[in-house]
Structure formats: structure tokens, C-alpha cells
Design a protein around this ligand. Structure first.
Ligand SMILES: Nc1nc2c(ncn2[C@@H]2O[C@H](COP(=O)(O)OP(=O)(O)OP(=O)(O)O)[C@@H](O)[C@H]2O)c(=O)[nH]1
Ligand SMILES: [Mg+2]
Length: 427
């Protein structure tokens, strides 16, 4: 019994977290403590426990060691008392910084990105999610192959080692990772093409697609369950969802639509990670309507919203028709909620977990979908036949008739696309 207890205890890694406070207020609105609170939740989700934290204020990061080397020494001394197994920095470390820090602090040193990757690795279920996560992970590992993390990972398990490490020599490892990255890219491209094809079939069916998007833990999956009766996982953890799950919703007295649940965003998400999830997130890019789900009661609500808008823009979905959904309305004073709603035109407040105001949301979704499409009747001259193929690809053809000078079509298209078609024919 004693032995058993010990062995389970060993699995929970003890982490120490480190953040840097820059004297100038950060442009993203987060201070070091708030960001470290979030890191603590990330580590909890990854299966670790935070046993202490340290914050250093300095004008800018130290090139060689990120924090001052004296501070790193102090952390090494703390390690002997607090007995932590890893130190996690709340920023991206360069491979050199990571190595130098491991010279001073005698345990594994990780950064925020590694923790996020670790959560992704643990939670990815579908083939697509696994391929995407592994690609991100291998890209992250490649420049870091000489770090202590690799040595330690041979001893098995723990945050930041989930995909295991090679036992062979460094150069062989490097080559193998490069080959693996190439293979993963090919596999991902196949998945992407397959997804695009599925979407195209859907476009033909003209069932509109509504995608849930938002900061992690805002309640997207809870809302998916409430609206679509799905059984997607919803829990009070960061990054509960990694896959895009699609269900058909059939509201009373309104047209049906497909509702997609997607991976959440977080601030300081490195670009390469966003890029790795491009295939899943293309669902967002191609949706007829985005529901930007916001945790209305969160202290960092405004900053979280900004992060979501920034990532969406990075993904090229910044201009998609979007409906802001203030969720967890039960956690906000009615006066504050009123204020939020008046300052975000067209927004809706709900409490997904309690089923509050779902009818109001359905109506708002219906209205937004009604608005999104336009039917055009026009003649495409044979000289501009490429626009006919274009219309077939992007719209729903209602009528098509070949005439003397061109093809007369009646097509239903998204408003923006309709504008492009008209402009293209006039040119
Ligand atoms: N009080 C309150 N809690 C809610 C509400 N909606 C969701 N929650 C809780 O918020 C937590 C996160 O919910 P999820 O639905 O998993 O959030 P998510 O946006 O899918 O999160 P990720 O998939 O991790 O990005 C859960 O503990 C939910 O029970 C609500 O209306 N009110
Ligand atoms: Mg979710």
C-alpha cells in the first residue's frame, strides 16, 4: 500500500513558475501575476502542481538566461528546499536560454509553450488533432535537442516529454525529426484536402455552418451541448476541446444549421502552434457565422476578447460575420451585463450551463444567417466563363441556362462573394 501511494505521488510533478514584469505596461493588458495565474491553471491541466512562484522586474529579458543569472541561482537554492521537478517560465524561452538555465538550475526548465504542447499531446484524440499536435511538438523539439529535458525524458513520463525522446545520437535524432516533420506535413495536407472536400459537399447542401470560437474555458462546449444536445466534453479546465465537432441543430421555426465546436485560444499562443491547428481552424475560416463566446464575468474579459480577435485575424477569419455571445451571465451583475450589451451592438447574453436565454440566442443566430446570403440572377459571357466555375464552387446554383452570348444563372451566394462576382463581371 505504502509503495502504491508513493508511486502515484511521483506522477504529480512539482513545478515552480517564473515570470518577468517589464516596467512598461504590456501592450496586451496582462500583468505578470495575472499571466502567471493562467500558467498555474495550465500546469494544473497538464497534471502538475505549482509549489511556488517568483517574479522578477527588469527592463528587458537577459539575452543568455532570460532572468538575471543571480536570480537563477536563487531559484536553484529554492529548489533544494521546495523539491520541485521543473521550472516553468511564463514566456517563450530560446533554446539557448533554456540550456543555460538548466546549467544553473539542476532540473528540467520549460516554457509556457511546452506546457500548452503537453496538454495538447495528452488531449488530442482524433487523427487530425494528433497529427497537428505532433507536428507542432516536433517543430518545437528540433532546436532543443541538446537540452536536459531530453536526458530526463528517457527516465520516462512528465510534462514536456509526452511524445518521448529518441535514444540515438543527436544527429540521428535531428535527421529523424526532420523526416518525421516532412511525413506529418504530407499527412496533414491530405487531411486538409479531405476536409475541404467535405466542406464543399456541405456548401452544395446549403446548410449554413455556425462555428463556436473564443478564449479557452469561455463555455463553447457547454453551449454546444445546450444548443445541439451533443455530448462534447465541457469542464473547468483550459483546453478541454481540441477537435472540431460538428452537429446539426434544428431550432423550432427556423432553418437548421451545423454547429461546430472548436479549440479555444489563449494569450501568448505562439504562431507556429496556431499554424499547426490551421486545418481544424479552417472550419472557423469557412463558417457562415462565428459565435464569439465570452466569459462575461472574467476579470480579463476585455483582454481575452482582444486575443480572440487577434488570433482570428491571424487566421484570416477576422472579417467573418460574428455574433458576440456573453456567456456565464449568471456570474455578472445585471447592471454590468446591460452595459456590456449596449456597448457591443448585436451581442446576446446567455448562461449556457443554466440554459438561460438560449431562445434569444437562437433568434439572433437565425437573423444573422438570414442576412448572410443574396440571390443574384446574371448573365456570364462565355469570354468570362471562369466566373461560372467560380460561382459553382462558392455558391448554390438555382438555375443555369446556356444562351447565345453566355450562361444565365441564378445563384445564391454570401453577400461578400456576391459583390465580388458582380464586380468581376463588370470589369
Ligand atoms: N457559471 C457558469 N459556468 C459556466 C457556464 N457555461 C459554462 N460554464 C462552465 O465553464 C467551464 C468551461 O466550460 P467549457 O464549455 O468546457 O468551455 P470551453 O470554452 O469549451 O473551453 P475549452 O474547450 O477548454 O477551450 C465549465 O466548468 C462550465 O461548467 C455558465 O453559463 N455559467
Ligand atoms: Mg471546449
Amino acid at each position: 500500500m505504502q509503495e502504491r501511494l508513493e508511486s502515484t505521488e511521483k506522477k504529480i510533478q512539482r513545478a515552480f513558475i517564473v515570470g518577468l514584469e517589464l516596467p512598461i505596461r504590456r501592450s496586451d493588458g496582462w500583468n505578470a501575476d495575472e499571466s502567471m495565474d493562467e500558467l498555474e491553471r495550465l500546469i494544473d491541466t497538464a497534471g502538475g502542481v505549482v509549489v511556488g512562484r517568483e517574479k522578477q522586474t527588469r527592463p528587458k529579458p537577459e539575452v543568455a538566461t532570460f532572468i538575471g543569472s543571480g536570480k537563477a541561482q536563487e531559484i536553484e537554492e529554492l529548489r533544494r528546499h521546495l523539491e520541485f521537478d521543473l521550472v516553468v517560465f511564463d514566456s517563450e524561452l530560446t533554446p539557448t536560454q533554456q540550456r543555460n538555465l538548466e546549467e544553473i538550475i539542476d532540473c528540467q526548465v520549460l516554457d509556457r509553450t511546452a506546457v500548452i504542447l503537453d496538454i495538447f499531446a495528452q488531449r488530442a484524440r482524433t487523427r487530425e488533432a494528433r497529427v497537428q499536435v505532433e507536428l507542432a511538438l516536433q517543430n518545437y523539439r528540433l532546436p532543443r535537442l541538446t537540452g536536459k529535458g531530453i536526458e530526463l525524458s528517457r527516465q520516462g513520463g512528465g510534462i514536456g516529454t509526452r511524445f518521448g525522446a529518441g535514444e540515438t545520437k543527436l544527429e540521428v535524432d535531428r535527421r529523424r525529426i526532420r523526416e518525421r516533420i516532412a511525413a506529418l506535413k504530407v499527412e496533414l495536407e491530405e487531411i486538409r484536402i479531405h476536409r475541404a472536400r467535405l466542406r464543399q459537399d456541405r456548401a452544395g447542401g446549403a446548410v449554413p455552418v455556425v462555428a463556436l470560437t473564443g478564449y479557452t474555458n469561455a463555455g463553447k462546449s457547454t453551449l454546444h451541448r445546450a444548443l445541439a444536445g451533443s455530448d462534447v466534453l465541457a469542464e473547468d479546465r483550459l483546453f478541454a476541446t481540441l477537435d472540431a465537432t460538428t452537429r446539426r441543430v434544428e431550432p423550432q421555426d427556423a432553418e437548421p444549421y451545423l454547429l461546430v465546436d472548436t479549440v479555444g485560444f489563449i494569450h501568448n499562443l505562439p504562431t507556429f502552434l496556431v499554424a499547426a491547428f490551421r486545418s481544424t481552424l479552417e472550419e472557423v475560416n469557412e463558417a457562415d457565422l462565428l459565435l464569439h463566446v465570452v466569459d462575461a464575468g472574467h476579470l480579463k474579459r476585455a483582454e481575452q476578447m482582444q486575443t480572440v480577435v487577434d488570433v482570428l485575424t491571424e487566421l484570416g477569419a477576422g472579417a467573418r460575420p460574428t455574433l458576440v455571445v456573453y456567456n456565464k451571465a449568471d456570474q455578472v451583475e445585471p447592471g454590468d451585463l446591460e452595459h456590456l450589451l449596449t456597448h457591443t451592438p448585436g451581442s446576446v447574453a446567455v448562461a449556457a450551463a443554466l440554459g438561460q436565454n438560449l431562445d434569444g440566442l437562437q433568434k439572433a443566430i437565425h437573423d444573422a444567417l438570414q442576412n448572410r446570403r443574396e440571390t443574384l440572377e446574371l448573365l456570364i459571357p462565355y469570354a468570362k466563363a471562369s466566373w461560372l466555375a467560380w460561382a459553382h464552387e462558392r455558391g448554390r446554383i438555382i438555375m443555369e441556362e446556356h444562351q447565345e452570348t453566355g450562361t444565365l444563372i441564378k445563384v445564391e451566394l454570401e453577400r461578400g462573394l456576391a459583390g465580388r462576382l458582380k464586380a468581376g463581371l463588370e470589369r
